[in-house]
Design a protein around this ligand. Structure first.
Ligand SMILES: C[S@@+](CC[C@H](N)C(=O)[O-])C[C@H]1O[C@@H](n2cnc3c(N)ncnc32)[C@H](O)[C@@H]1O
Length: 274
């Protein structure tokens, strides 16, 4: 991808998710202007945390749905409503990452903060959860949600996931929910995840992944880039990319089909201890 194309796509992604955040920050009755604007791509990135489908006005519904509810019954109880309304993921990375008390977690593309807040609960006061996002309105929403939740062990940093604003070996676990497909430089994202993990650290990610027989052209025909379809890696590309930067024990497991040949998937891998 040329630099110009990558920059244009990144700005398109940023603009779309800024509008999604504003749909929650500045709610309007019925279908909001943001929802109308967002529905223009004709494809869907996230799913409502608690209900299925695209299109009745929440930020999540404005940008679509990979169907089913992502979080278990009761899992989001006690979170600010705005964090749940802004859920735009395609899975539940908290369940995937098997977090433990005291761990340091980083969420790539943390959006309205739902997975950071859930992680913070899991790791407890002796742990810490960071979120990184490039979109100012999303950071505003996430920080407001953290304040409402009274979460002291969280921090949202502005940055891009291709150049993370954390030092080497800063976290035990990297999670992410439906974001890596949106990156215009995926090898850089995989290398950055490896860099910020401690030796022995792990990734527990949910993302959209294509079956290996789908060409980039097939993926582009299946949906838009900002709708989390066109930019998806294939399973083999994910596994090769993770191995190329040093990860071990990588797996990509399809969980549900979003559109023919394109799946919500769970991605796991470990940074070797030495
Ligand atoms: C599909 S939403 C998912 C948000 C959140 N993970 C969730 O489950 O609700 C994508 C988020 O990733 C952010 N994002 C997309 N590309 C990014 C990049 N290259 N660097 C940092 N953030 C990015 C967007 O601003 C947006 O908040």
């Amino acid at each position: 991808m040329s630099n110009d194309t990558g920059t244009d796509l990144r700005e398109e992604v940023r603009s779309k998710y800024a509008a999604a955040a504003r749909a929650v920050l500045e709610p309007k009755p019925g279908v909001t202007a943001q929802a109308v604007e967002l529905s223009g791509t004709g494809s869907c990135c996230g799913s409502s945390a608690t209900s299925s489908g695209c299109g009745t006005g929440s930020a999540a519904e404005a940008v679509g749905g990979f169907s089913e509810s992502l979080y278990r019954d009761g899992e989001t109880d006690g979170l600010p409503e705005e964090a749940v309304l802004a859920s735009l993921g395609c899975g539940n990375p908290i369940a995937v990452a098997d977090l433990h008390e005291g761990e340091r977690v980083l969420d790539l593309g943390s959006g309205g903060g739902i997975d950071v807040l859930l992680s913070a609960r899991r790791v407890g006061a002796s742990g810490f959860a960071y979120g990184v996002d490039m979109t100012d309105d999303m950071l505003t929403l996430a920080r407001a949600n953290a304040a409402k939740a009274g979460a002291a062990n969280v921090e949202f940093r502005k940055g891009v996931i291709e150049d993370l604003p954390l030092p080497d070996g800063a976290v035990d676990v990297v999670i992410s929910n439906c974001v890596i497909n949106l990156s215009t430089d995926k090898p850089a994202v995989l290398a950055e995840m490896f860099r910020v993990l401690v030796p022995g650290g792990r990734i527990g990610i949910t993302d959209v992944v294509a079956e290996d027989h789908l060409t980039p052209g097939d993926r582009a025909a299946a949906g838009s880039y900002v709708g989390c379809i066109a930019g998806a890696l294939s399973r083999a590309e994910y596994l090769d990319g993770l191995a190329a930067v040093g990860f071990a024990d990588a797996s990509v497991i399809f969980t549900s089909e979003a559109t023919p040949g394109m799946h919500s998937a769970i991605v796991r891998a470990v940074k070797p201890s030495r």
